[in-house]
Write a protein that binds this ligand. Structure first.
Ligand code: BES
Ligand code: ZN
Ligand code: ZN
Length: 496
């Protein structure tokens, strides 16, 4: 989607008119440039109350001599939020049918900068579909949509800047969705790594390093190796570094990258098992954040690390009952091979904390079904050993309409996960209750201390099991991978 912001009075293509609920006429000034016939039609509709402009509503007008129009309901003006505006923008893209063509003119008038910016952002975010594997028919038209956004003269500069930033960050969201949607026969650990390597080659300020299977084995990454060894597609770790020459501790994003989770020997039931291709969305988001930072011109160092493996049952797969030694040196009793995300992250977190000089670490993982039970598809679970980091992530999520909801790291959960009879840590809680909390408590065992202190590196864990793929309530995406938290983390890191 190409966005041009101007005060041009001309209307190109379909007119998109955002309206507050209860509008009985067009806001004075917004009718300029409109063909008389179309203006009369819109005014009649509004006057008669035939379009109430409730939030989430849309009406297409066609067949008049004055051109086509799409009326978009914004809901009540005094109840508008950034997210409601984003959702209205997304409604525009979702409502586009063939008759609207590929050119639109959005007419804003008398609207706040932030509201207009969010509306445009919503239009951009919803403009995504995954059709790489669909054969193209002859009349399929994949020309880019051009949107002319018009507003008052004095507001164009701010709006143009915000649209430019939204477009840049959206390239990261789209990338994360592409990676998440890719079928698991093509998106396996080394395929992800190759794509990352290519990304590194394309950008002077990006370094990408890969720890392959043999290296992971000799480094003693028993968590990653244990999970990935049962698959013909061997596991690996991918390390991204943006602006590697900038000194000092830097934010570090750690992603769970299980390119397919069968459960391993503790095999999952068949229904919906296909969805386990999204079990690498933590790594997809990590890669997406790197792309978003590069596209928006971020100047400071940021690190990303993704723990890639395919969890398969085979004669070489790990068994329930195995004890593995992780990169940290701590041993883990593997009681259920389906609790594999925490095992690969154990190595990723320890490696990041000891080798990559992080100021803080945030891991993202489709970690537990229990998190979906707790929060549904409305929010990611958020755990942290540091209140300031937790509050900053929560605020960034709220700002972006990607809710991250605080969850507890009680000592009792840590105790539950460290009372294995034969190892340091167990990978399964004692019962099934509080399963997302015990998973977080497990991860906490693998966060190193800062330098020589006895204080852990600030760390947060986002369980995105319920938010990583399309739910009806997420208006920014039609279906499939959501690209969740690319925008949250970009906002957290850059303040933009
Ligand atoms: N990838 C799953 C978690 C998951 C479940 C993500 C549903 C998205 C939707 C994870 O590896 C897993 O299988 N977790 C187990 C943990 C259990 C064995 C302690 C789970 O949640 O059942
Ligand atoms: Zn699993
Ligand atoms: Zn998993």
């Amino acid at each position: 989607m190409k966005i041009n912001v101007n005060t041009n009075e001309n209307i190109n293509g379909t007119l998109v008119l955002p309206l507050w609920q209860g509008s009985r006429n067009m806001i004075a000034g917004s009718e300029s440039g409109l063909h008389r016939g179309l203006k009369t039609q819109i005014e009649t509709i509004l006057h008669d109350g035939d379009f109430k402009a409730k939030s989430g509503s849309a009406m297409t007008l066609a067949g008049t001599e004055g051109g086509k129009a799409l009326l978009i309901g914004l809901g009540k003006e005094d109840e508008a939020t950034l997210q409601s505006m984003r959702e209205s923008g997304a409604k525009v893209t979702a409502s586009l049918a063939k008759i609207h063509g590929k050119t639109l003119t959005v007419k804003f008038h008398g609207m706040e900068d932030a509201h207009m910016g969010a509306f445009v952002e919503g239009m951009i975010l919803r403009d995504y579909s995954y059709d790489h594997y669909k054969s193209k028919d002859e009349d399929s038209d994949d020309t880019e949509i051009t949107v002319n956004v018009t507003c008052e003269d004095e507001k164009t500069e701010v709006l143009a800047k915000s649209a430019e930033l939204s477009s840049a960050v959206a390239t990261g969201v789209y990338l994360a969705r592409d990676l998440g949607n890719a079928p698991p026969n093509d998106m396996y650990p080394m395929a992800f790594a190759e794509q990352a390597r290519e990304f590194g080659r394309e950008h002077d300020n990006v370094d990408v390093k890969i720890i392959n299977y043999d290296e992971a084995r000799s480094l003693g990454m028993g968590g990653l190796v244990g999970v990935g060894m049962g698959s013909y597609r061997k596991p690996c770790i991918v390390i991204f570094e943006i602006n590697p020459d900038k000194p000092g501790p830097s934010p570090c994003i750690v992603g769970k990258g299980i390119t397919f989770d069968t459960g391993g020997i503790s095999i999952k039931p068949s229904p919906s098992m296909d969805e386990m291709k999204y079990d690498m969305h933590g790594s997809a988001t990590t890669f997406g954040v790197m792309q978003a930072l590069v596209a928006s011109g971020h100047k400071d160092r940021v690190i990303g690390i993704t723990c890639m493996a395919e969890n398969m049952p085979s004669s070489n797969a790990q068994r329930p009952g195995d004890v593995i030694t992780t990169y940290s040196g701590k041993t883990v009793e593997v009681l259920n091979t389906d609790a594999e995300g925490r095992l690969v992250l154990a190595d990723g977190l320890w490696f990041a904390g000891t080798e990559l000089n992080p100021s803080y670490m945030i891991d993202l993982a489709t970690l537990t079904g229990a998190c979906v039970v707790a929060l549904g598809h409305e929010a990611s679970g958020l755990w942290s050993n540091n209140d300031e980091l937790l509050n900053n992530i929560k605020a960034a999520g709220e700002h972006c309409g990607e809710i991250a909801w605080p969850m507890p790291l009680f000592k009792a959960f840590e105790k539950e996960m460290t009372d294995s009879k034969i190892a340091d840590v167990r990978n399964l809680g004692a019962g099934r209750w509080g399963g997302s909390n015990t998973a977080a408590a497990f991860l906490k065992q693998f966060v190193p201390n800062m330098g020589d202190t006895d204080e852990q590196i600030p760390w947060a864990h986002l369980d995105i099991a319920g938010t990583a793929w399309g739910a009806k309530t997420n208006k920014m995406v039609k279906t499939g991978a959501t690209g969740i938290h690319v925008r949250t983390l970009h906002h957290l890191i850059t303040g933009q």
